[in-house]
Design a protein around this ligand. Structure first.
Ligand code: 6GU
Length: 246
């Protein structure tokens, strides 16, 4: 996968070269490039923003600068594979980013992240880009960040860990929170008793069917308490309903 990030703070993206994404880069699974938007600025002051039409607080990022950056990074408009790049614009005004999106992004060949700062990017940049690439404006939650950089770290990490060969054990995706529509339950390791707290007996029983049922029940109970909204979308079996009633 090719992953381009355009930002006025390239240093913010340094963590992408650590840990999981870093290993993916070393193994040639991920080709990461972080670009300084100011490289496309036109004036001596390298300015990338201007005052908003219609008035109001803050500044808006200039379409001229962003347009040139996207032209240079998305040439040709179609990759060798014949696939359009996917432009992802993190913004608190976007659709919520979910695990389903992470799986969808992980199947793409080329992701391009455009980090906005200030009051955002001139909307014509997004509208014009839509004519030659797939574009999604996404939010990582109902709170406001200063810019899109941290959101890119979040989204990129969620995507990169799904790329084949990045995590050792593929089965670990299947047990992730959200992959079955429920939250994951608690986990335990040695020692068997720690500060007078024993590991739940069932986990030491060696009875795999019983362990699976217990894990499912913990997962259901936790989801009902913390994220009841998720239960509507989860595919529940008859045995699950008894737990939720109890
Ligand atoms: Cl994606 N960007 C910014 N700037 N703030 C956010 C966000 C994104 N998601 C939630 N808050």
């Amino acid at each position: 996968m090719r992953l381009d990030v355009v930002t006025v703070f390239p240093d913010y993206l340094a963590p992408l070269r650590l840990a999981l994404p870093g290993r993916a880069i070393d193994r040639g699974i991920l080709d990461l490039a972080v670009h300084d938007l100011r490289a496309w600025a036109r004036d001596v002051h390298k300015s990338v923003d201007d005052t908003p039409f219609g008035g109001g607080p803050g500044m808006v990022m200039r379409p001229t600068v962003w347009g040139d950056a996207l032209d240079d990074l998305v040439r040709p408009a179609v990759d060798e594979s014949g696939e359009r790049p996917l432009l992802i614009v993190p913004t608190p005004a976007g659709r919520p980013f979910t695990q389903t999106d992470a799986h969808r992004y992980a199947r793409r060949g080329h992701l391009l992240f455009a980090c906005g700062r200030y009051e955002g990017i001139d909307q014509r940049v997004i509208d014009e880009a839509s004519t030659r690439m797939d574009v999604e404006e996404v939010s990582i939650g109902d709170y406001v960040l200063i810019g899109g950089e941290v959101a890119v770290l979040v989204i990129a990490e969620a995507v990169v860990r799904l790329l084949p060969g990045v995590l050792g054990n593929q089965r670990s995706h299947e047990e992730d929170s959200f992959s079955d529509g429920l939250l994951e339950g608690p986990s335990y390791t040695r020692p068997e008793v720690w500060r007078d707290r024993p590991v739940p007996e069932v986990l030491r029983s060696g009875n795999h069917a019983k362990i699976a049922r217990w894990r499912r029940d913990e997962s259901l109970r936790r989801t009902a308490r913390r994220r009841p909204d998720l239960l509507d979308g989860a595919d529940l079996r008859p045995a699950d309903l008894d737990i939720l009633d109890s």
